[in-house]
Design a protein around this ligand. Structure first.
Ligand code: PNW
Length: 464
């Protein structure tokens, strides 16, 4: 039973409350029931790539413990759960015949969720590309986009009778520019031209899959982006602060690379000028074929927003380029004047309000959904409790910012916390804990943190 919030922060009726995870970060069981190898298996087993050589081999063992994990979600009042499907479980080599045992896992998971009245949000790609496709060029190869559409169709065939909410890609910027640009993520390649080819083929994959999902009857289709408002240091606390022409140009360029590069093709069928210019300088435009932008520009229902912190930049000539930002040697990435999480990421909730209001104005035809938001802190279990006031105040601040954006007219449908469980935090391995539920990596015991108990109350009251 829901009681109304007594305080001042009351969310709209039907606001969706939930949590998110991703396959490689929690499942483990990497060799079971015919799963093929992904680029993250290869990468994590390559010495020097991940903190202390951690891998996803066992992770949270969610593959075997999903029933308990769903029971825990229910216990925490979650109404929605976003998870991703591991492509190499479904197609071990990324193409051809489907592996029924791999798909059956997600079939059981969906049934378990529905039985507990938790609405599944399926992400088709959260970075675990089949290694066999990487061996043929990965996302730099156009064919990977067509293979992705086939895979999307196969997953929909199995789950589409019960799953209403579909996300094509999680954070294509990260896949392209950390995976193929600065090499911090799998597959660890480092060429600016490759990262631009990858980003285009990821977008093409999104368009082809959205088309296929729609044709099969999918109800809600979304693209999930790592969106972040770009601003100068002075604008962190004063959005109206004046910027020099050089600083304003740095803001425009980074904003275009980070979100315009994905949202403009997907929703408007065009690349921003700044992105075309950077692409021309790094390998050219010939991988963009006639008709691609029409294919990419499919009608979608929602933009999924993963927000952690603002992006703070200013003009800084002569700064060595970070290979994740091609053509931006003249941009300096600056710290914000704000406290930080264990990732060193600044905590700026107002950045989320600003982002949501702007995106809702720029793209009024789609709804917005917070598909990830959360924080890493160094949590420890003491006498069966985990006190994580830093995370709770992060969540409260950002939920307040979502509420504020809704008051200003932004069409925000729901909020999914990152993450349900502590998990494999990519290049940081298990060193960074984002869960509202603590995981002991020796015993694999789950312990809801104080933030989870607080979140449960907020959900029950639809606010606070
Ligand atoms: C997102 N960056 O990753 C992912 O969707 C999650 O899988 C991840 O666990 C979470 O955020 C926390 O990191 C990102 O460097 C990783 O800009 C890196 C960046 C952004 C997002």
């Amino acid at each position: 039973t829901t009681m109304a919030a007594r305080g001042t922060v009351v969310f709209p009726e039907n606001f969706i409350w939930g949590a998110a995870t991703a396959s490689y970060q929690i499942e483990g069981a990497v060799k079971e029931e015919g799963r093929g190898q992904s680029i993250w298996d290869t990468f994590s087993h390559t010495p020097g790539k991940v903190f202390e050589g951690h891998t996803g081999d066992v992770a949270c063992d969610h593959y075997h413990r999903y029933r308990d994990d769903v029971a825990l979600m229910k216990e925490l009042n979650l109404g929605a759960y976003r998870f991703s499907v591991a492509w190499p479980r479904v197609q071990p080599d990324g193409q051809g015949a489907v592996n029924p045992a791999g798909l059956a896992f997600y079939d059981r998971l969906v049934d378990e969720l529905l039985e507990h009245e938790i609405d599944p949000y399926v992400t088709l790609y959260h970075w675990d590309l089949p290694q066999a496709l990487e061996d043929r060029g990965g996302w730099t190869d156009r064919d990977t986009a067509y293979r992705f559409a086939d895979y999307a169709r196969a997953v929909y065939d199995k789950l589409g009778d019960r799953v209403r909410n579909w996300a094509t890609l999680n954070e294509p910027w990260v896949s392209a520019f950390l995976g193929y640009g600065n090499g911090v993520h799998a597959p660890g390649r480092t060429a600016a031209s490759d990262s631009f080819r990858a980003s285009h083929h990821l977008l093409l994959a999104h368009g082809l899959a959205a088309q296929a999902l729609r044709a099969q009857g999918a109800e809600q289709i979304m693209l999930v982006v790592n969106a972040s408002p770009v601003m100068t240091p002075a604008q962190v606390h004063d959005p109206a602060a004046e910027a020099s022409e050089a600083d304003a140009e740095a803001v425009r360029r980074i904003d275009a690379l980070l979100q315009g590069q994905f949202l403009e093709p997907a929703l408007r069928g065009r690349y921003p000028e700044e992105v075309l210019r950077a692409r021309s300088a790094e390998g050219g435009l010939d991988h963009i074929l006639d008709g691609d932008l029409e294919t990419i520009n499919q009608p979608i229902d929602l933009i999924g927003i993963n927000y952690y912190n603002p992006t703070v930049v200013e003009a800084g000539p002569g700064i060595p380029a970070d290979a994740a930002w091609p053509g931006s040697q003249d941009v300096r990435f600056s710290p914000a004047d704000a406290p930080t999480t264990a990732m060193g990421w600044p905590i700026v909730p107002s950045g989320l309000s600003r982002l949501l209001v702007r995106l809702s104005q720029d793209y009024p035809e789609v709804g917005l959904m917070i598909t990830e938001n959360g924080a890493a802190f160094d949590d420890v279990v003491v006498d069966g409790r985990v006190h994580d006031p830093g995370r709770q105040s992060y969540l409260e601040g950002h939920l307040g910012a979502v509420h504020n954006a809704i008051q200003q007219g932004a069409d925000v449908r729901g909020y999914l916390v990152w993450s349900l469980l502590d998990n494999f935090e990519w290049a940081f391995g298990y060193d960074k804990r984002f869960g509202i539920v603590h995981v002991d990596y020796e015993s694999l015991v789950r312990t809801p943190k104080d933030s989870a108990l607080w979140y449960k109350q907020v959900i029950g009251a639809n606010g606070w």
